[in-house]
Design a protein around this ligand. Structure first.
Ligand code: ZN
Length: 563
C-alpha cells in the first residue's frame, strides 16, 4: 500500500472502515489473538534505518522483538484486546539510540557528586565548592567534576589557589570535564604526598607555575598520584551510581551504551542487576585495561538474555587536546615545548593486543592526537592478521588524523568511534592548540565515512552532557549550541541526516557485533526504540537540540516515557 493512499484515507476519516475490511481479508478463519502484538506504536513518523523500507507509519512489538513495521492500516491487524497502543502524538520514532562511548559509572557519579558543569569562571567553581562544603564533614574528601576553562575570564586552567579558601578543612579533587586532569587543593596534595620534587609518572604531567610551584593540576597518568585520596568505592555506592546512570541514559533516550573503561566490578554488578531485571539499559562493556586479564580468563560474557555483553578491552594511547595531553607529531602551536603525552609503549601493548586477537576480544583504544592515532594503527596492523575474520577493532575519538592515516583506517577495517559534541566544544580552542593547517584533519567524520570507514557515534558522557540530540545536531550542523562556527571548523565535514542517524543506530550496532539483532526497525530484531519530540530528519537544525526524548523502549519494555 502506498503512503499516498494511507494519508488520503486518514484525511477522509475512512481508515477504520477500510482497515477492518483488511483485517478480515488478512486473517480468514484465523483467530486474531495469536497474532496480537504486545505493543503497537503509531501516530508520528517512524524512521527505521533499514534501507528496505526507510520510513513507515507503525511498529508492532511481540515478545520483545519487532513483529511488524509498515503502514498504519495493516498495523491494525496486530491490535488485540491486550495490546498496548502507544500514540506518538507527532513525536518521531527511531531505532533505539545507542551511545557508542560512555562512562556509565561517571554518568551516575555525576549525579551523586559535586557537579561543576557550566561554571563560568574559576571564581564560580570556588563558590560552588564553598556551598557544597557546608554539608560535608571536616576531613571528608570533596570530589567534583565537569569544570572546563573555555571562555573563563581567568583565561587559564583552574588551580589550587582558586579553591584553597573555599574548603580549607577538606581535601578537594576537581576533575576537568574531559576526565584527563584533576586539580587538587593544597590539603589534597599534602595528603597525597605530592610535592614540587615529585617526579611525574610516564604519560603524566604535574603542572607548575613559572616559579616552579605546584599549580595543583595533575594530568593523565599523574592523576594516579591522588589514588589514595579519592573517596573509597563501596559496593553499595557503585551499584547506586550504575542504577542512577542507567536511569539518566533512558531519560535521554538511549536504549543502549558502549561502556568504556568499565571496571570489572561494575561488569559483575551490572550482570547481577540484569539477572534481577534491574538493568533497563543495554550495556556493551569494554573493560578497563587493568582488568583485561580477567576478561581474557573468562572469555566473552553475556548476561540477562544479552542485556549485558562484555567482549572488549579499552586502552589509552594518549590524553586530551584541551589539557595538551593529546600526542602530536609536531609541537602544540600554543605551547611549542610539548608534543603531548603518549600513554602506551609498543612493548607493553603488543602482548595485550596479541592476547585479545587470539581470544576474539575486541580492542578499543583512545587516540586523540595525530601521532597517537598513527601509533595505534601501527600496532593494530601488526596484531590484526592474527585476529579472527571479523575483529572490528576500534579507535576511540579519532580526533586528529593525518590524511594518509584515514586511508589506513579503511584498509585495516578499523572502526572510528567519534563524539560529535567534542568537535563543537573543542573547535573553539583546537585552532590555538593545533594551528589552522592541522584543523584540516580534525574531527574528520565525513572524510572517514567517505573513505569507507565505519563511524560509530557517541557522547563520551560525563565528559559531555550525553544528550543524543546534542550529538545528532553536532554531526549535522558542526556549529556550537549557539549556532556559531569559526574559521577552520571545516563545514564540509557535516553529515547528512541519514548518515547521522546511522552513527547511533546501525553503526553503533555493528561496532558491538550486534548488527543482526539491533540498529534498525526490522522484523525479527530486538525492539529497542527511541522517540524524540523533534523529527530529526526534517526539523530545522537549530530545533534539534531543543527537543527531548519522549519514549524509550528496551526489548519492547517501556523504560522511559515523558510525563
Ligand atoms: Zn571516554
Amino acid at each position: 500500500m502506498s503512503k499516498t493512499t494511507g494519508i488520503a484515507r486518514r484525511r477522509l476519516g475512512a481508515g477504520l472502515v477500510l482497515a477492518a475490511g483488511l483485517l478480515l481479508m488478512a486473517a480468514p478463519g484465523r483467530a486474531a489473538a495469536p497474532d496480537a502484538a504486545d505493543t503497537v506504536i503509531w501516530g508520528g513518523p517512524v524512521y527505521t534505518a533499514d534501507p528496505a523500507h526507510p520510513r513507515v507509519e507503525a511498529v508492532a512489538v511481540r515478545g520483545g522483538r519487532i513483529a511488524f513495521a509498515g503502514d498504519r492500516v495493516a498495523a491494525l491487524a496486530w491490535v488485540g484486546p491486550a495490546t498496548r497502543v502507544i500514540d506518538l502524538k507527532g513525536a518521531a520514532l527511531f531505532p533505539g539510540f545507542t551511545d557508542s562511548h560512555v562512562h556509565l559509572d561517571g554518568v551516575g557519579a555525576r549525579e551523586l557528586t559535586l557537579n561543576l558543569e557550566g561554571a563560568a569562571s574559576a571564581a564560580e567553581v570556588a563558590a560552588r565548592v564553598k556551598a557544597y562544603a557546608v554539608n560535608v564533614r571536616p576531613g571528608e574528601v570533596i570530589y567534583g567534576r565537569g569544570w572546563i576553562e573555555t571562555g573563563w575570564p581567568e583565561k587559564r586552567f583552574l588551580q589550587a589557589s582558586d579553591i584553597d579558601a573555599a574548603a580549607p578543612d577538606n581535601p578537594v579533587l576537581l576533575q576537568r570535564s574531559d576526565g584527563h586532569a584533576i586539580v587538587a587543593n593544597t590539603a589534597a596534595l599534602r595528603l597525597a604526598g605530592v610535592t614540587e620534587a615529585t617526579p611525574a609518572p610516564f604519560g603524566g604531567a604535574i603542572l607548575k607555575d613559572r616559579d616552579g610551584h605546584l599549580t595543583g593540576m595533575l594530568v593523565d597518568n599523574a592523576m594516579s598520584l591522588l589514588r589514595g585520596v579519592r573517596p573509597a568505592e563501596t559496593a553499595e555506592r557503585r551499584i547506586r551510581a550504575l542504577k542512577v546512570g542507567m536511569a539518566v541514559e533512558n531519560r535521554y533516550g538511549w536504549t543502549g551504551v558502549h561502556f568504556m573503561s568499565a571496571p570489572w566490578d561494575d561488569v559483575l554488578a551490572l550482570e547481577t542487576l540484569a539477572a534481577r531485571g534491574e538493568a533497563p539499559l543495554r550495556v556493551y562493556a569494554a573493560v578497563d585495561r587493568q582488568d583485561a586479564d580477567k576478561l581474557f580468563a573468562s572469555g566473552r560474557r553475556s548476561a540477562g538474555d544479552g542485556r549485558i555483553v562484555t567482549r572488549a578491552i579499552k586502552l589509552y594511547a594518549d590524553g586530551a587536546l584541551g589539557s595538551r595531553g593529546a600526542a602530536l607529531f609536531e609541537p602544540y602551536s600554543d605551547e611549542p615545548s610539548t608534543t603531548g603525552l603518549l600513554r602506551l609503549t609498543p612493548e607493553d601493548t603488543r602482548p595485550v593486543l596479541a592476547e585479545a586477537a587470539a581470544r576474539g576480544i575486541q580492542v578499543c583504544t583512545h587516540a586523540i592526537g595525530d601521532l597517537a592515532n598513527a601509533r595505534v594503527l601501527d600496532l593494530y596492523a601488526e596484531a590484526l592478521p592474527k585476529a579472527g575474520p571479523d575483529p572490528r577493532w576500534r579507535i576511540e575519538h579519532a580526533q586528529n588524523i593525518r590524511a594518509g592515516d584515514i586511508l589506513r583506517f579503511a584498509r585495516l577495517g578499523v572502526i572510528a568511534s567519534m563524539q560529535p559534541s567534542h568537535a563543537i566544544g573543542d573547535l573553539h580552542f583546537a585552532g590555538a592548540r593545533l594551528g589552522q593547517d592541522r584543523l584540516a584533519g580534525a574531527y574528520p567524520w565525513k572524510s572517514l565515512r567517505d573513505a569507507g570507514v565505519l563511524v560509530a557515534g557517541g557522547s563520551d558522557a560525563p565528559v559531555e552532557r550525553g544528550d543524543p540530540l546534542i550529538e545528532f545536531y553536532a554531526a549535522v550542523a558542526r556549529k556550537d549550541l549557539k549556532g556559531l562556527s569559526g574559521p577552520g571548523w571545516h563545514p564540509e565535514q557535516v553529515l547528512s541526516r541519514e548518515e547521522a542517524l546511522a552513527l547511533f543506530t546501525t553503526a553503533a550496532a555493528h561496532a558491538r557485533f550486534a548488527d543482526a539483532e539491533l540498529g534498525s526497525i526490522t522484523v525479527g530484531k530486538r525492539a529497542d526504540l527511541t522517540a524524540f519530540s523533534v523529527d530529526l530528519m526534517t526539523a530545522p537544525e537549530a530545533a534539534i537540540p531543543k527537543g527531548r526524548a519522549v519514549l524509550t523502549l528496551v526489548d519492547g519494555q517501556v523504560v522511559w516515557q515523558a510525563p
